[in-house]
Design a protein around this ligand. Structure first.
Ligand code: NAP
Length: 323
């Protein structure tokens, strides 16, 4: 089917038949939550095995081909790595989508990509919402993500049930691209907090503190934050398999850097993050969680710079470590 069904762009026509495209650390739990709310008709992933496994787990029906799957959806929730990946996915699925259907993109990409896609798709009768999220794999599992959404407000209202199945803070930020613009601000904070916590915990190790007690006392005080709570203990045990791949934060910081450059400025957190995550990627740690930054800060204290063996850089975070 080629964009031929009846348009249905009113807020009284809520979206209820979603396909999730992209079943990585975030997409998989989001799909599970949509399924639990009776809003998922199918899943799709570049590596087909992951989609087949989830389809089986959730007892989703078989579709003979992509055309049938996507033409029966009223929305596609995309969750892929970067700008070019999203553009390729959108190119692939658009010919199958019914007019009036909506692509809800939860990946982190540039505001420009979001605006371009929204404009192109509009001409083809398809709506597009940029809906990046925050809350990590834990938030995705619990259906407790925070979504920052850009695009047509009426379309946003139609997508209310879809967002509510995956998140608990859903905020319309304005026109197309404004969701991603908000996410860029979020990522500068994420990077800065990671820098502060990793540096301080490397200091704690060098001070021979009881770090279990330390985290307990710090999380009860003014220094508490999500990253310390969720990644403090694991990074001190050199466990970096759960969470947000540092290569993805590096990608986000590159987008932040271009956005800030356009304002004729430079932000130290962004520059430092790009340098440090770039170094870790070069050393083969790109698929590890961003808390692996502590590896670099240990050298400030002349302690072990790279404990453990670099992982296979091609290996994805496994289901066991991410869900
Ligand atoms: N992890 C987090 O805590 C977090 C939090 C907020 C936002 N995000 C953002 O959410 C997005 C997904 O993150 P994630 O942690 O789920 O990443 P991930 O575990 O690395 O998964 C990436 C997904 O994108 C797919 N993909 C990559 N390139 C593709 C392409 N060219 N065509 C089609 N599919 C492609 C992958 O397919 P394969 O399975 O075939 O590789 C996989 O399904 C990213 O934009 C990330 O920045 C992540």
């Amino acid at each position: 089917m080629t964009n031929s069904a009846q348009p249905s762009a009113d807020s009284h026509n809520p979206l209820r038949r979603a396909v999730v495209y992209g079943l990585g650390a975030m997409g998989r739990p989001m799909a599970r939550n949509l399924h639990q709310h009776g809003l998922l008709i199918g899943v799709k992933n570049r590596t087909a095995g992951k989609a087949q496994a989830l389809q089986k787990e959730l007892g989703l029906p078989d579709f003979p081909d992509d055309a049938t799957l996507f033409s029966q959806a009223d929305c596609v929730v995309t969750c892929v790595a970067a700008d070019d990946d999203l553009k390729a996915v959108v190119r692939k699925i658009t010919p199958h989508l019914a007019a009036g259907s909506v692509i809800i993109d939860t990946s982190t990409v540039s505001p420009e990509t979001a605006r371009e896609l929204a404009e192109d798709l509009k001409k083809q009768g398809i709506e597009f919402l940029d809906a990046p999220m925050s809350g990590g794999v834990e938030g995705a599992r619990k259906g407790a993500l925070s979504f920052m959404v850009g695009g047509d407000k009426n379309t946003f209202k139609r997508a209310r049930d879809i967002f509510a199945a995956m998140g608990n803070q859903i905020t319309w930020m304005g026109k197309s691209g404004q969701g991603q613009a908000a996410k860029m601000v979020n990522q500068v904070m994420v990077a800065g907090i990671a820098q502060a916590v990793c540096e301080a915990l490397a200091f704690a190790e060098a001070s021979k503190l009881n770090t279990d007690k330390l985290i307990e006392v710090l999380t009860a005080g003014a220094a508490n934050n999500w990253f310390l709570e969720k990644r403090g203990h694991s990074m001190l045990k050199n466990e970096f398999g759960t969470g947000f791949k540092l290569s993805l934060l590096h990608k986000d910081l590159s987008i932040c850097q271009s956005t800030v450059k356009r304002l004729d400025a430079e932000l130290p957190i962004i520059e430092q993050g790009l340098r440090e995550y770039g170094e870790l990627m070069q050393k083969g740690y790109g698929d590890e969680d961003i808390s692996a930054l502590i590896r670099l800060y240990r050298r400030i204290f002349h302690t072990d710079e790279h404990p453990g063996t670099p992982p296979d850089s091609n290996a994805n975070l496994s289901e066991a470590t991410t869900t």
